[in-house]
Each structure stands twice: as structure tokens, then as C-alpha cells.
Design a protein around this ligand. Structure first.
Ligand code: SF4
Length: 615
């Protein structure tokens, strides 16, 4: 029996529910369960920060086992940043603990009257007073809970930025975040500071011998995989050198140029030189996390468990800063305050450009002079955003809302899709990846359909990064492949980028673990993934999102990229790629799934919600 825990913070009622066998079969688990329950239970038009929104904390069907990189946890909710469906995958240990305590999903409803946290142990569930940790940083809150509950406990929590309703606050497990879309903001809006689980390791396999054999095969695959050792040793900062500056895809000065003088100071080799320790998520031999300490310079002594590639970009490219120490400080500040580094760095880059254009002056910035290359105002703005002070209060709304509030043409400089800030890959340099931002259900997000084909991966076929068409079907392929891996919450790095394992192995593991023969077919997982993707799309359509929202910032179409390997590139034929993509998906020209498409996946019931948007 697969179970969920339903927690109503308004009434205090908590109950266990069986996940119906039909849902378990038709949605497999993980992201599938999240999308299904969110669609069915969150009505269109509700305020994402109101009690009607629900927060779904899920773990994968293979979490907590010896399988590698399959113990992540996932948050599904309606995003306060975009107003769309969102899902965000987090690392650390929490996914394993949630599985061991017996639930694949915790559905959190309503809003507590005062700050609380949820405690789960065996069949004991309690909503407990959080006054001792409300107002505390992520590290302080977690330290308190660890002291309170000991070594057998693991937790997720939010920082003070979430309490202040910064729209892009994540949920954290240790230093690992479900980073994007404001999942932590939704949690804090419910007056929920943390979820704590006490559990013992447990594994309940349909065929334990077969499962062990498959794990051995997976471990062998890791060791033989091209890139395994370098990724383990250096982690995600390798992206600075390639594709970053090697392919001209590192966005600089708020997505205007691909040139950053002195970028070599941010090379992965520089980060490797200051790495003190390797850390990883539960049952992952890649250990891509790195604890770093700045040895000299103005930030000497600063430490952080990071930064990862995206954070290095967020606190260098947007502001033109090349101080490695400042990226470590910014990473640590974001962790302590509880901020999404991508949205924070992008928002600050937006402010720097407005300052350059004279749209913002020192009167708006509390005297801060936002000069490119100077990390000090950048670090001050991180704190201002986290504390919602001065300009930080406006930037805490995300660049879309901030630009509307600031006016004076600021919208031109807001680099977002559907309200979510763009990450550190330049759409004009990697066009399939860029169009994935435009078409994604969660706003700009590189992890929602990363296009490896532009970086040399021939599956399903190689793509010329600069080509202006014949990419739509591959954008779909990447999104569905990611969705299939996320049915089991597989980490994107080994599963998608390094190809340490694939769906064939996942399918076999699912059968060995759950004993359900239908899960043993790779085709079945593709089918479910595509169904889930369509359901997520229908959630958004029901909220009024259609083709008009599948777009990139105007700059991507009208301003040629300056410098780098892709110098002079613009996205010339977005509509061609969008039409190719809609055709590949079986959607109409307004981006609405055809009735026959919904019927193919057995979800024709949702047709009534979306039919009115067809054209
Ligand atoms: S590769 Fe990194 S992020 Fe992925 S599961 Fe392993 S340690 Fe976690």
C-alpha cells in the first residue's frame, strides 16, 4: 500500500490516506503524484499565498534505498512568483526519511493561526509550536531542531526571507534547496516553518535480490560513465568554462553580452583550489556538493557549502563581478536568509541595469552606487531583498512585478519567463535550451528540459546551437525525458546530463521495488511522463496561460548577443520552433492540447477546463 499524509493546518486535522491503486498505476509516483493531486485539489484562480493553495512534499518510489541519486524530494504547488504550476526538486536527506516514515506525499492545506512545525514519527503526527525557530535563519532553525530531536531526525525548513514572503524563497534540507518558484514562500504563508521526521532505515522490496543486482549495475554504470570522475571531483562549476565561456552561453550584464573580462578568476579550477570537503545527497556517490573557504582577499575566511554553477553565475554575470570570494559570501547569505540564488542574482542584475540607464538612482537604492564589477552593493542588495528593505522590498517581488512597480520602461530589462527569472544559460547562444525556457510550464528553468544536444549529446539527435528551426520536437523530448526521470525523483546530473543511467534501468528498479510489471516498460514511463506534462500544462491553461505566455524577453529577439562564440546571434524564428513544438505535442496553435491528445493519455476529463481556450 502506498500512502500519503494529509495535514490541515487550519483545523489541526491530520490523517493517513491510501494512494488509490489506479492513481499509483497511472502516475507511477514522484512528480506524477504531485501533478495529479495538485490538479485535482487546487482550484483555478486561488491566491498562491492564501490558505486555499496546497503544498505537496513528495518523495520518490525508490528513495531511501541503496539506488544512487534517487532519493531527492520534490515540492509541488501553485507558484507565488509565476501563478503557474511549479515543481522544485531538493537534495539532501529528507527524501529518504520521508520514505522511511511511510509516506510518498505529504499534502499540507490551510494556514496555521500561529507559527508551527510538523513532526512525524511512525504513526505519531503533531503540529508543534514553532515560536522558538520562527524568525531564525535556516542554519539556526535546523540546528535547533537537530538538538531537539537528535541524530535520527531530518527536516526541511524555510528561512526568514520566506517568512517575509519574498516571492522566490525555497525550502531547504541541510544546505540543499528546492530552489525555484517560491515553494518556501508558500510554506511560510501557511505559518509552517519546518517539517521534522524521525525514522529508522527501512527497505520493503518486492524482489530484494534483483534490486541489489540492479544497484550494482548502476554503480558500475557510474564508474564507467564519461565525465563521472571529473564531475565528482569538480562539480557543477565546470559549467563556467564549458558551456559558459567556451560556447558563449554565460549571460553577462543582464543578458546583453557573453564577455566578462577576467572570467578565468571564476574558472572551476579556482573553486577546486578552495574546496575543503565534498558533500552529497543521500545515497549518491557523485557528491557534487563542495564546502569552500575563501583563503585571501576582502572576503578571506568566508565559507559556504557551495556555490554551484548557477550561483556562481548569479553573483558574477548579472553584475559583472569576478570576485570569487563574493560569490561564496553571496551563496552563504542566500542560504542563511533562505533565498533562491538564481532569482536573487537575476533581480540584482536587473537593478544594476536600471541604475545604468538612470531609471533607478541613489535615491531609490538607499545611496548604493550600482557600479558594474563592484560586489559590495550586490551583497548589500542580497540582504535587502532577504529583509525586504528599501529597493530590496521591490526586488523581492521578482523582476516582473518589480518592473511593473518601477515603471519608466523598466519592463524592457526584466529577464524572466512567465514571471520566473532566467538562469545562467544564454538563450541566443543555446536556442533549444532558450526555447525550453519559453515553453516550460514553470517559467524559465534550465532543469525542466536541459538541451544536451546542443552540447554534443546525440540523443535523439545532435543540434546546431545557432540553428533557428527544427528544434521543437527535441525541446519536447528533453522535457518529457526529465519528467520521466522525475517520476522517481532522479537527480538531473547523473540521469540527464552525465547519462550514468537511464529509463531502462529505472524501469527495472521500479519493478524490483514495487512488483508492478507495468512499470517495467520504458515506453510506459515515457507515456506517463508525457501525460504528466500535459496535465501540468492544463493546470496553467486553466489559470489563463496560453501561447501568449510562451515567450522570452524581447531582448532575445531584437538585440544581437555581444561577443563570445555566438556573437551577433538573436532568436530569429521563435514562432517556427513553437509551432514545431505544439505539433510534436498534439496541441493547437494556441498551445492547448487537442481533445484526442488528452484522450491518448486517459485525461480527457480535463478537456472541459481547457476547451474554451482552443482556437
Ligand atoms: S549529483 Fe549532486 S545533487 Fe545529484 S543526487 Fe548526487 S549529490 Fe545530490
Amino acid at each position: 500500500m502506498r500512502k500519503l499524509l494529509r495535514v490541515n493546518l487550519s483545523t489541526g486535522e491530520i490523517r493517513e490516506e491510501e494512494i488509490p491503486a489506479k492513481i499509483a498505476l497511472e502516475y507511477v509516483g514522484g512528480r506524477g503524484f504531485g501533478a495529479k493531486y495538485l490538479y485535482d485539489e487546487v482550484a483555478p484562480g486561488i491566491d498562491p499565498l492564501g490558505p486555499e493553495n496546497k503544498l505537496l512534499l513528495g518523495t520518490g518510489p525508490l528513495a531511501g534505498t541503496s539506488a544512487q541519486s534517487l532519493s531527492k524530494w520534490l515540492v509541488t504547488t501553485k507558484s507565488p512568483l509565476t501563478g503557474t504550476y511549479t515543481r522544485s526538486l531538493g537534495g539532501g536527506d529528507f527524501g529518504a526519511w520521508l520514505k522511511w516514515v511511510g509516506f510518498e506525499l505529504v499534502i499540507i492545506e490551510g494556514r496555521a493561526a500561529k507559527p508551527v512545525y510538523l513532526y512525524i514519527k511512525d504513526s505519531k503526527y503533531e503540529i508543534r509550536d514553532a515560536s522558538a525557530i520562527w524568525g531564525k535563519s535556516t542554519s539556526q532553525a535546523q540546528a535547533y531542531l537537530k538538538k531537539e530531536y537528535g541524530a535520527k531526525a531530518r527536516m526541511v525548513c524555510v528561512g526568514t526571507a520566506a517568512e517575509k514572503l519574498v516571492r522566490y524563497a525555497p525550502i531547504f534540507s541541510g544546505h540543499r534547496a528546492a530552489g525555484r518558484g517560491g515553494t518556501g514562500t508558500v510554506m511560510a504563508s501557511k505559518n509552517l516553518k519546518a517539517v521534522v521526521i524521525e525514522a529508522d532505515r527501512s527497505e520493503n522490496m518486492a524482489d530484494p535480490d534483483e534490486f541489489r543486482k540492479l544497484v550494482r549495475q548502476q554503480v558500475k554504470g557510474y564508474k564507467e560513465s564519461l565525465g563521472f570522475e571529473t564531475f565528482r571531483d569538480y562539480g557543477t562549476p565546470m559549467g563556467v568554462d564549458f558551456p559558459g565561456f567556451g560556447l558563449g552561453s554565460f549571460p553577462v550584464l543582464n543578458f546583453r553580452t557573453a564577455v566578462l573580462e577576467g572570467w578565468e578568476k571564476l574558472s572551476f579550477t579556482q573553486y577546486a583550489a578552495i574546496t575543503q570537503k565534498h558533500t552529497g545527497c543521500y545515497s549518491c556517490m557523485l557528491k557534487c556538493g563542495k564546502v569552500r573557504k575563501v583563503p585571501n582577499g576582502p572576503y578571506a575566511g568566508a565559507t559556504s557549502e557551495g556555490p554551484h554553477f548557477e550561483t556562481i553565475w548569479a553573483f558574477s554575470g548579472p553584475t559583472g563581478c569576478t570576485d570569487l570570494g563574493a560569490t561564496v559570501v553571496a551563496d552563504h547569505l542566500c542560504y542563511e536568509l533562505g533565498l533562491d540564488t538564481i532569482s536573487t542574482g537575476n533581480s540584482i542584475g536587473f537593478a544594476y541595469e536600471l541604475f545604468e540607464k538612470g531609471i533607478l538612482t541613489t535615491k531609490d537604492t538607499d545611496g548604493l552606487v550600482l557600479d558594474y564589477g563592484d560586489p559590495e552593493p550586490m551583497l548589500k542588495l542580497v540582504e535587502k531583498i532577504g529583509n525586504r528593505e528599501g529597493l530590496g522590498d521591490i526586488l523581492a517581488e521578482g523582476v516582473k512585478r518589480a518592473s511593473e512597480q518601477i515603471g519608466k520602461g523598466a519592463e524592457e530589462y526584466a529577464m524572466h519567463v512567465k514571471g520566473q527569472e532566467m538562469p545562467g544559460y544564454e538563450p541566443r547562444a543555446l536556442k533549444a535550451l532558450g526555447m525550453n525556457y519559453a515553453l516550460s510550464n514553470v517559467g524559465a528553468n534550465h532543469c525542466y528540459g536541459y538541451a544536451q544536444q546542443e552540447l554534443g549529446n546525440p540523443r535523439p539527435r545532435l543540434l546546431d546551437p545557432a540553428a533557428d528551426e527544427d528544434k521543437g520536437d527535441v525541446v519536447r523530448y528533453n522535457q518529457d525525458y526529465t519528467a520521466a526521470l522525475e517520476l522517481v525523483h532522479a537527480c538531473t546530473f547523473p540521469g540527464n546530463n552525465l547519462e550514468c543511467f537511464g529509463l531502462e534501468l529505472v524501469a527495472k528498479m521500479l519493478v524490483a521495488a514495487l512488483g508492478e510489471p507495468a512499470f517495467g516498460s520504458e515506453d510506459y514511463l515515457w507515456h506517463v511522463a508525457e501525460k504528466v506534462y500535459n496535465l501540468e500544462r492544463c493546470f496553467n491553461i486553466r489559470e489563463g496561460f496560453t501561447r501568449k505566455d510562451d515567450t522570452l524577453p524581447k531582448r532575445m529577439y531584437t538585440e544581437p548577443l555581444k561577443g563570445g562564440v555566438r556573437d551577433g546571434e538573436v532568436i530569429r524564428k521563435p514562432d517556427t520552433i513553437i509551432d514545431e513544438y505544439y505539433d510534436a505535442r498534439g496541441w493547437d496553435r494556441n498551445g492547448i492540447p487537442a481533445r484526442a491528445t488528452l484522450a491518448k493519455f486517459g485525461i480527457e476529463k480535463v478537456d472541459k477546463d481547457v476547451a474554451g481556450f482552443r482556437r
